[in-house]
Design a protein around this ligand. Structure first.
Ligand code: GSH
Length: 222
């Protein structure tokens, strides 16, 4: 697919949960553009020129406007095109719990060496959020009803990271709705699309080299 100067550019890091949620919304909305995979230890100057805060994801729009918050990127992409009705499933309060206390617990559980409190305490407090999610999913399937939406895509990458710290512990939890929900998202065509490997971008690369993930609506069900 050709990238044209009228396409947006996304600076992204494959394993970053914030970048994942942005790519999920860009992919489901069918937004075309150029994906620039970066190294967090060597951020490209072009990205820092666009957004000095130095976090991914960053979306640079054709007119030069810059979105450097993952939720803004999701909402922008879905405002343009929302074939699955994700914006109707946007629970800002639950996402704020994820991005605030749960993310702090995740970081301290995953990287206890950088935290004063012990990892187990943070695992326990993160578990309270997982229980909340499991309860929300029971009998419904997704976080805002039977179909996936913005809230699921915004939270799932963080639960994925939490689960991966100790898979055995996670899979033994009595939280079947949460485990099924996570497994379903990880097995989806949409997730496979946004996790395709990309080589690190360099300003010398041809803009034709890589493009934002593309997905036809419905592919994820396969
Ligand atoms: N609030 C931001 C947070 C983004 C963020 O913290 N991304 C991390 C990577 S997962 C980052 O870029 N950190 C900067 C660094 O590691 O240098 C958003 O939602 O986009």
């Amino acid at each position: 697919m050709m990238v044209t100067p009228t396409d947006p550019v996304l600076y992204s890091f494959r394993r970053c949960p914030y970048a994942m949620r942005a790519r999920l919304a860009l992919a489901v909305s069918g937004t075309r553009g150029e994906l620039r995979e970066v190294k967090l230890s060597a951020k490209p100057q072009a990205m820092l020129d666009a957004s000095t805060k130095g976090t991914v994801p960053v979306l640079v729009l054709p007119g030069g406007a810059v979105l450097d918050e993952s939720l803004d990127i999701m909402r922008w992409a879905l405002a343009n095109r929302d074939p699955e009705g994700w914006l109707a499933r946007d629970d800002a309060e639950l996402i704020a719990m994820n991005d605030g206390p749960f993310k702090r617990d995740l970081d301290c559980y995953k990287y206890p060496e950088y935290c004063s409190a012990d990892a187990r305490a943070h695992r326990e407090s993160g578990l309270a959020f997982l229980r909340e999610i499991d309860g929300r999913l029971a009998g419904v399937g997704q976080l805002c009803g039977p179909a996936r939406g913005l809230t699921d895509a915004a939270i799932m990458p963080f639960v994925r990271q939490f689960a991966a710290v100790d898979r055995q512990w996670f899979s033994a939890l009595p939280l079947p709705h949460l485990q099924g929900w996570l497994a379903g998202h990880l097995a989806s065509g949409l997730f496979a699309t946004i996790m395709a490997r990309a080589t690190t971008w360099s300003p010398d690369d041809s803009p034709l080299a890589v493009t934002l993930p593309q997905l036809s609506p419905g592919d994820w069900r396969s």
